[in-house]
Design a protein around this ligand. Sequence first.
Ligand code: ASP
Length: 341
Amino acid sequence: MTDRRSILKASLLAPALLARPASAATGPAGIQMKLPCVVSTWPFGVAANKAAWTVLSKGGRALDAVETGVKIPEADMKNHTVGRAGYPDRDGHVTLDACIMDEHGNAGSVAAMEFIAHPISVARAVMEKTPHVMLAGEGATQFAIEQGFKREELLTPESKKAWQEWLKTAKYKPEANIETKSYGLGVPGGAKNHDTIGMLAIDAKGNLSGACTTSGMAWKVRGRVGDSPIIGAGLYVDNEVGGATSTGVGEEVMRSVGSFLVVELMRQGMSPQAACKAAVERILKKNPGAKTEQVGYLAINKKGEVGAWAIQKGFSYSLCDQTSQDRIVPGQAFFEATPGN
Ligand code: ASP
């Protein structure tokens, strides 16, 4: 039996994961950046941010900065979760996802694209040279080649070896936090099958842009597309409010249109950190089982205040402005990292 008193009592005892009015969740203030600035997911964001900074520090446009920045991990042959050397799907095909958004709300995206090393630049070409937002699969590759991008085999000998090793057991289990682990910041372990670079920049004019690029989940079902190329899921930018991006198990982010949610919560007055936390709560409320997975959100508001939140410890992000170009910050989280993750 529930009466008014027991409902009140229950609500007082309710854990943070239960619903609450958006206005109540003010939360911690996060980190204040000096403008211009650029922030991105994971420690591999440091090198990417530095490349973006070469554009921003000369008064360049945030859009150029984020494209330049994320091309660094896309080209990194040691990075098996983004771009050129990404691990393949279960059938041995490397398929890449990316999207980009500018200060006017323009957006471009490619999904499940093969044979092109820099999906972010193809996404930008979709935005600037077609009337569309998203191209997928063979059509995306065809468009890229028409635009002068080089067609190349992306499956490296190392990736092929890792895939053949995986085929021996062929178990599909997303493993989190590889980027933090490989920089010795997280839980030790050898997992390495997904992570994304999401980058957000504010230029000297105060304009915002964002980019997001990944090879998605290693060993995924052929044709699987995650959150990263989906505008509103893996990335969202609104020049009046701020921007958000995500990394982790894309299926969880897509079901809650996570990055759009973070930006809309900031529009209602939440700090970036509180908005990221609330978006992670939304995932866990709908699917408590998601606590064994990883999702991390990173957000910045128009004033250059940055926040982040993740399901599990181990997520980290990189910050760059005039004061410091290589700062790595561990993300706050609801849970300890799942062993093996
Ligand atoms: N969000 C990416 C995807 O689901 C993977 C990751 O960032 O870990 O494709």
